[in-house]
Write a new protein. Structure first.
Length: 571
């Protein structure tokens, strides 16, 4: 550690030698300090009286203690090294880590005489410390740029260093439509929108919500299925932010009374990311939701999606069949499309023709023909599917079966030599049978065409960094061990910086795979109730959703709270 040298000259003497203040001004300030009961330091009194500036005082202190003086800014600070010390510690002592070379950490302080503080920094950082002296104003401004309060807009490494110092928040935005395009292109708005997109991608968020309220504006990210507040920009920025996003998505910035949808293609950290934009007019202004479609975060591999060994083996057997319908069911946001893409990737080879009809295409897979629904051009699921069957497909993926015509064509396609993959919104896997019947497909055709139905939910995984074993209430333990027919250990995350104190990081799917056997097909053809079909499926070996989740609890992958949150006792 290179400690500050012992002072050779007093602060007043240095300032006087530099011609900044006079001897009379020093004596006056010293008399006031000693005689008036002031607790302020001499430098503070000199600044207060206007005899010198904070830069003058700090530069003189640096000379007095034999350390370098620097006028710092975010440009000369390594943002990746700031978090080497706790934020509260930095703010309390007005410290700024600047950069690290090997095991030597260079820090900026406004008071270089505190040797004990420097020793504490060495202990916390595990580095030797090199001190430079800087004004508290510069230190606090740079800290704010990289470690902002939760309700203050921040600058991150998405923003170029050039022009950083002239960034200011727009406090007054004109509501004149003719000015919005000009305002939306101004640097602060561009920086903010870029920051939101970049940081969301970095935190593996699936959605960005920009939500106006009564004179308030908040931005929330959805991470691992849960929303949390990121920042609160000034409400006056709303119109410019929305206009900037509309311009990027090719939408009409003058239209603020009807919903609009569009897309944006961006590059983040050298990789392409697609953004799906939805704008809706609300009581306090337009709300924007941006869906992030990041191929890096999508697993197109069945073996990585959390299947049990038996379910994976059965599913891989069924997707190799030459014809039939395979359905994936579950609520919105349960990972149905990810599972379908994983199946398509498994089947993808040069010997078969795979075609998809989607609304919209969420990920591009090389070697697969993908088509996007366009309602305005009357290119619906049904019309696209009719045309697609003339393209000589072996495997057809339909984004969703949502109407009678699509259900009928899908069923006929499955019965005439095509493997059809699609999704449905049902609570469990046997419920897909009655859903197709409700859409007008004859029960005997449903029984003959369906080869597998996979129901799934997404649950959060326990954070491995703060994972600990715990003892649940006796009644809960007995319930779980009775369902599993074995003893179990229970784990939870206590919360840490890595998981944002939630105890969870990442998600995994739980599954219920329904395979219609001959006796089940007979039940379906007789238009039996979904309860009877489900009871027979479980008797034949189907693992219900909740039980599959409990196996993952036993394995320490997720928590019982997560399983109870997404399933019911019947599942």
């Amino acid at each position: 550690m290179k400690k500050p040298a012992t002072t050779k000259l007093q602060l007043g003497e240095i300032l006087q030698q530099r011609g900044i203040i006079t001897a009379e001004q020093i004596n006056e300030s010293l008399s006031q300090q000693s005689g008036g009961g002031h607790q302020k330091l001499l430098g503070e009194l000199l600044i207060e009286k206007g005899y010198c500036s904070e830069n003058d005082i700090t530069s003189a202190l640096a000379e007095a203690y034999g350390v370098p003086y620097a006028q710092i800014s975010p440009k000369i600070c390594d943002p990746n090294i700031i978090e080497i010390l706790p934020r509260d510690f930095l703010e309390e002592h007005c410290i700024l880590p600047l950069f690290r070379v090997g095991d030597c950490l260079t820090i900026a302080v406004n008071e270089p005489s505190n040797v004990f503080l420097i020793e504490e920094i060495e202990r916390l950082s595990g580095c030797s410390v090199q001190v430079v002296c800087a004004t508290s104003k510069d230190i606090q401004a740079t800290l704010q740029a990289y470690m902002p309060a939760s309700n203050v807009f921040v600058i991150d490494d998405i923003i170029d260093e050039t022009g950083l110092e002239d960034f200011t928040l727009i406090e007054n935005i004109s509501e004149d439509i003719s000015n919005l395009e000009e305002v939306a292109g101004q640097s602060p708005v561009v920086k903010l929108v870029n920051y939101l997109i970049y940081n969301a991608a970095r935190e593996n968020a699936s959605d960005i919500h920009i939500e106006p309220d009564n004179k308030k504006l908040r931005v929330r990210y959805r991470v691992d299925g849960r929303l949390y507040e990121k920042i609160r920009p000034p409400y006056q920025m709303l119109s410019a932010i929305v206009s900037r996003i509309k311009i990027m998505a090719g939408l009409d910035i003058a239209q603020r009374r009807t919903p609009q949808d569009g897309g944006i293609h961006v590059m983040v950290a050298g990789r392409p990311i697609d953004l799906r934009v939805s704008v809706m007019p609300g009581s306090y202004g337009e709300k924007v939701v941006i869906r992030i479609l990041d191929a890096k975060c999508v697993l197109f591999n069945l073996e990585t999606l959390g299947f049990s060994y038996d379910n994976l083996k059965l599913l891989e057997e069924k997707i190799r069949l030459p014809n039939g319908i395979i359905l994936v069911t579950g609520p919105t946001g349960s990972g149905k499309n990810t599972t379908l893409y994983a199946i398509l990737s498994e089947l993808n080879n040069e010997e078969i023709n795979i075609c998809t009809v989607e609304d919209p295409v969420e990920a591009n897979i090389s070697g697969i023909n993908q088509f996007e629904v366009n309602e305005a051009a009357d290119f619906t699921f049904a019309s696209a599917l009719r045309s697609l069957l003339r393209q000589d497909p072996d495997v057809v993926m339909i984004g969703e079966i949502r109407d009678r015509e699509t259900a009928a064509i899908a069923t006929q396609s499955a019965l005439t030599g095509h493997l059809v993959l699609s999704t449905l919104h049902t609570n469990d896997s046997p419920g897909a049978v009655t859903r197709l019947v409700d859409l007008g497909v004859a029960p005997y055709l449903v029984g003959a065409s369906i080869v597998a139905v996979l129901a799934q939910r997404l649950v959060r995984k326990v954070c491995s960094n703060c994972k600990e074993e715990y003892e649940p209430p006796v009644s809960i333990r007995k319930m779980v061990e009775k369902a599993l027919n074995s003893s179990a250990k229970f784990y939870r995350g206590i919360g840490c910086k890595k998981c944002r104190n939630t105890g969870y990081i990442g998600r995994i799917a739980i599954h219920e795979l329904f395979i219609p056997t001959l006796d089940i097909q007979e039940l379906i053809a007789s238009n039996a109730s979904v309860r009877k079909i489900r009871e027979l499926a479980i008797k034949n070996g189907m693992i219900p959703l909740r039980l599959d989740g409990l196996y993952k609890v036993k394995a320490g992958i997720t928590t019982l709270d997560e399983i109870l949150r997404v399933t019911t006792a019947e599942e």
